[in-house]
Design a protein around this ligand. Sequence first.
Ligand code: GLU
Length: 400
Amino acid sequence: MKLLSDTLARVKPSPTIAVTNKAADLKAAGADVIGLGAGEPDFDTPQHIKDAGIAAIHAGKTKYTAVDGIIELKQAICAKFKRDNTLEYTTDQVTVSSGGKQVLYNALIATLNEGDEVIIPAPYWVSYPDMVLLAGGTPVVAQASVQTNYKLTADQLEAAITPNTKWFIFNSPSNPTGAGYSWEELKELTDVLLRHPHVWVMSDDMYEHLAYDDFRFCTPAEVEPQLYERTLTTNGVSKAYAMTGWRIGYAAGPKELIGAMRKVQSQSTSNPCSISQWAAVEALNGSHDFIAQNNKAFVRRRNLAVKMLNDAAGITCPVPEGAFYVYPSISGVIGKTTPKGTKLNTDEDFATALLEETGVAVVFGAAFGLSPNFRVSYATSDKALKEACLRIQSFCASLD
Ligand code: GLU
């Protein structure tokens, strides 16, 4: 009898994590590698949040907690939704998990039956389609294009909906493009959803606070209150609070769904780390001043990356509204050959050759469902980012 399940055979390991690991291995082996692969801030977790974690340890808050989070954190989450998104939730409409990933996974496992379709706008974050497959559903990719700055249009959403659609996954600002939907752009999508009452909305708001220039973040249940009853609004502390390793994600939505997600978690991991939960209470309730500070650095790096990548031969890079990614198109380099003789037929060839020949680690576009592109995470020092972009420029100039 074969060891592995048929379900597992349908999915692949996370490419973002694979690139991050490969870059780390090469670095450990002494190679001169600049990692622009990992989607995590290079900033340290703010001191007051760390102190809350340390205080939790000293106070002995190191035991099991309620399966889907302590009441203090749920209260902080309700206050956050009210403060930032004008959304009213009670604590029994809130769930907390070990990172945003587990929140999404719980929701999909709790709701998908065979044949259920999940609409995922591309470019998408790598894990959405594979999570849907693991949960037994069918991912339906709705392709956005560079012409609309990688944002899905109402017509494209309408065309993707069928009687089998269970969820529409929405992510703004987006991983991997950084594209952020304005209120008007999102309203066009929510108007479509109003016409299809069987479709639920899963909004991944992980990059909410990483919004730049005059872009104002908004979320579906806020833009269209009639969708409140069928929207799961998810978020987490990883990106804005530089807390990726603490693993705290959360969501709010209808009680029945939240209860079903709790049931999944009760039979898998139980509560997220108790210490991290207390740190997350402080993150949500405490001072947010550092976010504006961090965002200044992110804007500076975004501008640097966009300018330098647009100056590279064969690369076109739109200016994104948020997150810490840019998603340049490389149609101008496809078909060319590297100095070491590698023909670049795909964006995966480009990313592999770039790493091997220049030591710059990026994630190839096919992993995110739109090619030929690559994703740069600019959540790294200005110095490293500049050096990486210089290497990309000279790599592109050297192609034949
Ligand atoms: N979300 C981050 C990224 O896209 C972290 C890695 C992951 O979980 O995919 O790089």
